[in-house]
Design a protein around this ligand. Structure first.
Ligand code: FAD
Ligand code: MLT
Ligand code: ZN
Length: 943
């Protein structure tokens, strides 16, 4: 049972009949809602008579169309009430109740019917065409359907109860309804469309009405039946305009408290208001229609009843709060304060009950509010001045959907909102309510804010095809269906949750929106996939263990993820030469174990070894902790099998140590980060396992001493020195806090050094290392030291160093820079960045209230490679801009490299010029053009 469930005081959606079904209101017949009247007023405003138009618009409570300044006729500029412009950062999660719920044949019928939507009357009979075939604007999750945009959200919940009825498909009805709603909203942006000039007048009930007509027309043309509830939300300025018909719900969370939620419209228990093909269906004008004033930072949640029948408001609030930055969380217990003080709202129809629960008089007093037909404006909304914030709508939607799913599947659950409501009605019911679950989440941000402030996404290239179910069908013909993971959006049945691990990166900083993951088992399948993608211009992201740290391993938008994890066979191993040939998807640690049992080691090792693949290592040209000893993969990799973008297989799986027959093409793919080809096989030389390994950790007083110790270590132990790593006190603090480790040293030191020797003569190595340690202590270079006595101590010392990235991640969102700089100045940049942040007031060591928590440095000092890390409260521009592009300028001024080992990916694509000349970048682009002329491989990355 999820935490927080099962407490006694519960709020749940109440049932209310806002009026008797079937009794029309005046004005319903022609479908016009009062808000359309403002179109004329807006036109008037744009013509000349501004003052009277404004007065009228204000009487209607309408936002005034831009421009915000106009002449009053006497030559004086007059300031109009210009709304604050907001937009949504938005995401959605849909979980169908059953797999394959949508009858595929029916969906095909719809898409197959071609034609032009424009000019249709929508009356049904004369609808010859069904759908613009190019793009489906809504997504199905079982019988739910939804869409989300920066200015609008929509959910329709196809009504159950059609089961067994011939030609009924409520799922299709719901999806087409949302498709048309989305298209209708799009019209306000199309300068050639008459709706363009009515942008600020847009009314969701009108949009719903027009979309409904198209949907009815389509259903009639297909001779199909269905019905659904619907909630349409549009954003204009700072005003949320909502039309909600039936049992979907909308909730607003502000600063951690729930300040608003809708109630359901039900004709009777579990029988919601609904639009549909039947004559007795309700109409769009029956929707509850209202507006809310919103603020930056508000979190808006629109859900199908699969959410609200399974989660209480407290549950939803709890999930949202967990994803708010601390400064925006409710102080103490989050509250359900449906306060008229914090929202401005207005009823559009007489008799609508906006919010049944409204606490005005004190924490326990529940007051019912039933606004009249007159405009009701509640002033006094507190003005919040929020810092820039990062709230992840995707994470919130996922958390709420997962929690609702847990309850929905629990048949023994005793306290679901649905169950309580049933009991109120005198009906027996136990458990959660099994239903399709859809959660659309929007976070209100300033128009000028990036919708995802953690990084700046390049716009999606329209050169790439959007996937259709035909594409999915093709992939299923070339590979086993269990290796294809597709969401309903592209005709599959997977939950968005199942794709989460492929869409989000290890740092939880970069996130794509792929709807399709392909996990081929053979090189042949990879070849067929790429051939198809190349022909159809479908963008592809090759993915290994997804441990990359520069945003290179996850999609930016909707690229297909090509995961190599099903290709994990060892093809051959020669114990004499130590040459290993294996599939690209073999996990590095497993390879290490395999060759270890045969007396060898892998030539590279790194903290992510338990997850990363050898193919990913090659594609990233990973460095790691054995680089000092065995050098780069450019030396250890003897051959590669690579599938090019057009499906051509380049078989260069050589096992020769020496091969001088012309250009060494494989080198181009090492470090190409998935942009030139997909590595499917690797041939690598594995060195002999050293029979004697020693590890020591030292406490060192200054960075100068870290360098002196390195110099001495090379001098005294040169031929056996296999690693020389360092980290500072801030790293040590984090790693000891987050891992169950004890420092092997008695006290704390500004710097720590790990020295490893690997040789074949234990006595000899012990002697050498012992002498080195003594000398270091005597010279005062090291103030304390510990020498591992057995393998488990060696492992513990290494896990202290290797655990740093993870422990920083647990401390907070981490900015990572991995740079090569000359060793003498290597650590200077850490102090420099800390000072810049302090000067900007963003960081003060030990002050937890500042946006930056930690600035620290560690790395492979033996390779001149520093990892500068900044741990913050959240990823936000005011922090980022302190060190970007400053770090890159700093590195360039020391003739360093902006990436020593993690690569360029998405993170450094725009900064490549700091390490590569324009001529080199031009040639890199030519290489890219040669291997991948359509640029389908890992687009938006590297060059
Ligand atoms: P992914 O992360 O999946 O992909 C990395 C890149 O390679 C992406 O651009 C992807 O598109 C591409 N790619 C993946 N597989 C293929 C393929 N088969 N064909 C073509 N392209 C492909 N890096 C270091 O250099 N040194 C370290 O010490 C180090 N330590 C790390 C420690 C931790 C805890 C973590 C999380 C990461 C670390 N990394 C380190 C970063 C990372 O580069 C490595 O973990 C690893 O090399 C990535 O391998 P992967 O299989 O996870 O590749
Ligand atoms: C490391 O050396 O630990 C890795 O490169 C990962 C990191 O920089 O965090
Ligand atoms: Zn590293």
């Amino acid at each position: 049972m999820p935490a927080g469930l099962g407490t006694s005081a519960r709020k749940f959606h109440s049932i209310s009949l806002n009026r008797q079904p079937g009794v029309p209101f005046e004005g319903d017949e022609d479908g016009a809602s009062p808000i359309t009247d403002t179109a004329a007023l807006s036109a008037q405003l744009l013509q000349s008579d501004a003052t009277s138009a404004i007065a009228q618009l204000q009487r209607y409570g309408k936002a005034v169309p831009l421009p915000s300044r106009r002449s009053d006729g006497a030559g004086n500029a007059q300031r109009l009430r210009a709304p604050k412009n907001y937009m949504f950062a938005h995401a959605a999660t849909g979980i169908p109740k059953f797999e394959n719920r949508i009858p595929l044949a029916k969906r095909e019928a719809v898409v197959a019917a071609k034609g032009d939507r424009s000019g249709q009357s929508g009356s049904g009979k004369d609808v010859a065409a069904i759908d613009p075939p190019e793009e489906e604007m809504a997504t199905s999750a079982g019988e739910d359907a939804f869409f989300h945009r920066t200015d609008a959200l929509g959910i329709a919940d196809g009504v159950g109860g059609w089961a067994g009825v011939k030609d009924a498909d409520p799922s299709l009805f719901a999806r087409r309804l949302m498709h048309h709603v989305s298209l209708e909203i799009q019209r306000y942006e199309d300068i050639d469309d008459e709706m363009f000039s009515h942008y600020y007048d847009a009314a969701p009930v009108d949009i719903l009405r027009r979309a409904y007509e198209f949907t009815l027309g389509e259903m009639e043309a297909l001779a199909m039946r269905g019905s659904s509830t619907a909630c349409v939300v549009i954003l204009r300025g700072d005003e949320l305009r909502v039309a909600n018909l039936g049992d979907c719900g909308l909730t607003v969370v502000r600063q951690g408290d729930m300040v608003y939620r809708t109630e359901e419209q039900q004709h009777s228990f579990n029988y919601p208001y609904q639009l549909g093909t039947e004559a007795h269906s309700d109409r769009p004008s029956d929707a509850q229609v209202f507006r809310l004033k919103i603020q930056k930072g508000d979190v808006i949640i629109v859900g199908s009843d699969g959410v609200f029948d399974n989660l209480f408001d407290e549950d939803i609030l709890e999930e949202v709060n967990q994803h708010l930055p601390p400064a925006m969380r409710s102080e103490g217990q989050p509250e359900l304060k449906y306060s008229t003080d914090s929202l401005w709202y207005e009823s559009q129809q007489p008799g609508d009950r906006l919010e049944a629960l409204c606490r005005n008089g004190g924490p326990d007093k529940t007051v019912e509010v039933a606004p009249s037909s007159t405009t009701k404006v509640v002033a006094g909304a507190p003005k919040l001045s929020l810092p820039q914030f990062h709230i992840d709508p995707h994470a919130i939607s996922l958390a709420i959907a997962k929690r609702a799913k847990l309850v929905s599947e629990d048949t023994r659950y005793t306290e679901s909102p649905f169950q309580m409501r049933a009991m109120q009605e005198g009906l027996y019911y136990q458990g959660g309510k099994r239903d399709d679950i859809t959660v659309v989440v929007a976070v209100v941000t300033d128009l000028e804010d990036s919708p995802d402030p953690s990084y700046h996404k390049p716009a999606r290239s329209e050169a790439f095809k959007r996937l259709t179910k035909d594409d999915l069908a093709y992939f299923k013909t070339i590979m086993p269906s269990e290796t294809v993971l597709a969401t309903a959006q592209v005709g599959g049945t997977a939950d968005a949750i199942e794709l989460e691990g492929f869409n989000a990166d290890w740092l939880n900083k970069y996130r794509g929106d792929s709807q399709l993951v392909l996990r081929p088992k053979t090189t042949e399948q990879v070849s067929q996939i790429l051939q198809y993608c190349s022909t159809h211009r479908i963008a592809v992201v090759p993915q290994g263990g997804n441990t990359g740290l520069v945003g290179g391993s996850v999609p930016v938008h909707d690229e297909v993820v090509l995961s190599l994890r099903n290709m994990s066979k060892i093809r051959s191993y020669d114990e004499l030469s130590g040459i290993l040939v294996c599939d690209a998807g073999c996990v590095l640690e497993e390879l290490g174990n395999y060759v270890g049992e045969r007396g060898h080691v892998m030539p590279l090792d790194l903290g992510a070894k338990g997850s990363c693949h050898i193919g990913g290592n090659v594609a990233a040209n990973a460095g790691g902790i054995r680089f000092l000893r065995y050098g780069s993969l450019h030396g250890s990799v003897l051959g590669l099998e690579v599938v090019l973008a057009d499906g051509t297989v380049l078989d260069n799986l050589s096992t020769l140590r020496k091969d001088n027959t012309g250009y060494d093409l494989k080198q181009l793919f090492i470090g190409s980060e998935g942009t030139l080809g997909v590595v499917t096989g690797v041939s690598v030389a594995t060195p002999q396992k050293p029979s004697a390994v020693n590890v020591a950790v030292l406490g060192v007083p200054t960075y100068e001493c870290v360098q002196r110790a390195f110099k001495l270590a090379r001098k005294r132990c040169g031929e056996v020195l296999s690693a020389y790593e360092f980290w500072d006190a801030n790293c040590m603090g984090a790693v000891l806090r987050h891992h169950e480790l004890k420092s092997p040293l008695g006290a704390e030191f500004p710097f720590y050094v790990l020295i490893e020797t690997s040789g074949s003569n234990k006595e000899h190595d012990d002697e050498k290392l012992g002498a080195l340690l003594e000398e270091l202590m005597e010279e005062g270079i090291a103030e304390d030291g510990a020498l591992a006595q057995d393998d488990s101590q060696i492992a513990r010392m290494w896990s202290m160093r290797e655990g740093i990235p993870e422990s920083l991640g647990k401390t907070g969102p981490t900015y990572k820079y991995d740079v090569s700089i000359p060793i003498p100045v290597l650590y200077d940049i850490v102090g420099d960045i800390a000072r810049r942040l302090e000067t900007a007031g963003l960081y003060k060591p030990g002050d937890a209230t500042r946006p930056v928590k930690l600035v620290c440095g560690y790395g492979h000092i033996g390779d001149g490679n520093l990892h500068l890390n900044v741990v913050a409260e959240r990823f936000e521009d005011r922090v980022t801009e302190i060190f970007e592009p400053y770090v890159y300028e700093w590195v360039a001024s020391h003739r360093g490299s902006i990436s020593a080992e993690h690569g360029v990916g998405l993170m450094k694509r725009d900064y490549l010029r700091y390490s590569k000349s324009p001529e080199m970048i031009a040639y890199m682009k030519r290489v890219k053009d040669l291997f991948d002329p359509n640029h389908i491989l890992n687009p938006y990355k590297v060059v």
